[in-house]
Design a protein around this ligand. Structure first.
Ligand code: SF4
Length: 346
């Protein structure tokens, strides 16, 4: 199947994702507020989604420094790299909450799991917004009235006892399902038992993301010392039947020292369970760098070439299993801003 964007655009996206921040001119008034994620590696930093040639890329932005420069002249915006035009026409996409056209809400930013790549647990409680359940439901309902709204997604840290986090998320899904009966609802919980998958499905979730984080269980143990690889895999396998094909996904971060073979082997293992991997290049920043170094040592930065070649390998596997990220209505496969997406970008 052909990609939806040109190979030049895909390469440009990969180079943008592999590079540093985009500097925004000090005097430029942005048409909307930047996204300030409270989950994942970019947690706490301002980011924006750039759209060009049919592709999207979410990037950290800075007013003071960056590998790339956004230049706006009249109605036209361009991105330069070291003074040369890299993208002739770029559009800034608004994010409803965190992602374009989605209300992707972090229910609880505090987390006891302390994975080395993640900055969420290193933010103060104020930064994680301390959202009440009523506020979260209001945010979802308000987002649903916006132009282009496509769905709701909930993620969460694991602050307290596991069943409490899942119980809260399931209750929220139920309330949002009542308020928005037709809306796709994605969930990204940390589960330790298949029963929790069923609870979320029964509450009305339509898609689920259960992250194995690394294709290599030994690396996983070093990077996520407080999580259980086997339990996650077991839950993904169960979710394949509870949610159905093309409704279950799982992050695999590459750049932690694993081989390409291992990434593609895990992608295939997930596909065999009906799940579509989200291959995510490791993002290193001030917050997570010392923790990653302690966990996996010095690892080379992920190149644009590696991103493209793994996405092509993933595309071949998904085609073999009749799976596609393009079927998803929520979360990263619908957002398409942080990764090279098989069947869309390559
Ligand atoms: S691809 Fe996923 S992590 Fe990236 S902005 Fe979109 S929803 Fe967030």
């Amino acid at each position: 199947m052909e990609a939806k964007v040109s190979s030049e655009t895909a390469r440009t996206k990969a180079e943008l994702l592999a590079g540093g921040a985009v500097r925004i001119p000090r005097e430029l008034r942005l048409p909307f507020s930047p996204s300030r994620s409270t989950a994942g590696p970019g947690a706490g930093s301002p980011e924006m989604v750039f759209s060009f040639g049919g592709a999207r890329a979410k990037k950290a932005i800075s007013r003071t420094s960056g590998e790339f420069d956004l230049v706006v002249e009249g109605e036209t915006a361009r991105i330069l790299r070291r003074g040369d035009v890299m993208i002739r026409e770029v559009e800034l996409l608004p994010t409803l909450f965190h992602a374009p056209y989605q209300a992707f809400i972090n229910v609880d930013g505090s987390c006891r799991l302390a994975c080395a790549f993640c900055n969420a647990h290193r933010l103060g409680r104020d930064a994680t917004k301390n959202l009440t359940d009523d506020k979260i439901v209001d945010m979802a309902v308000q987002a649903a009235s916006e132009d282009g709204f496509a769905g709701v997604a909930l993620t969460s840290g694991a602050a307290g006892p596991q069943d409490d986090s899942i119980g809260r998320m399931a209750e929220l899904v139920g309330r949002i399902r009542t308020a928005l009966p037709e809306s796709p609802i994605g969930v990204e919980p940390y589960v330790t038992h298949p029963r929790q998958v069923d609870d979320l499905r029964s509450a009305g979730a339509t898609e689920i993301k259960l992250n194995i984080e690394s294709s290599d269980p030994d690396i996983f143990d070093r990077v996520c010392p407080n999580r259980d690889y086997g339990a996650i895999l077991h839950s993904i396998n169960h979710a394949g039947s509870a949610f159905g094909r093309n409704s279950v996904c799982s992050n695999i971060i590459f750049g932690l020292g694993e081989t390409d073979e291992s990434v593609l082997h895990a992608t295939k293992m997930l596909a065999n369970m009906g799940a579509v991997a989200t291959l995510r290049a490791l993002r290193v920043n001030e917050g997570n760098a010392p923790h990653l170094k302690a966990a996996v040592g010095d690892v080379p930065p992920v190149s644009a070439d590696r991103m493209l070649s793994l996405a092509r390998g993933q595309k071949a596997i998904l085609a073999e299993y009749g799976l596609t990220p393009l079927a998803f209505k929520t979360m990263c496969h619908a957002c398409m801003s942080c990764d090279i997406v098989p069947f869309w970008d390559v």
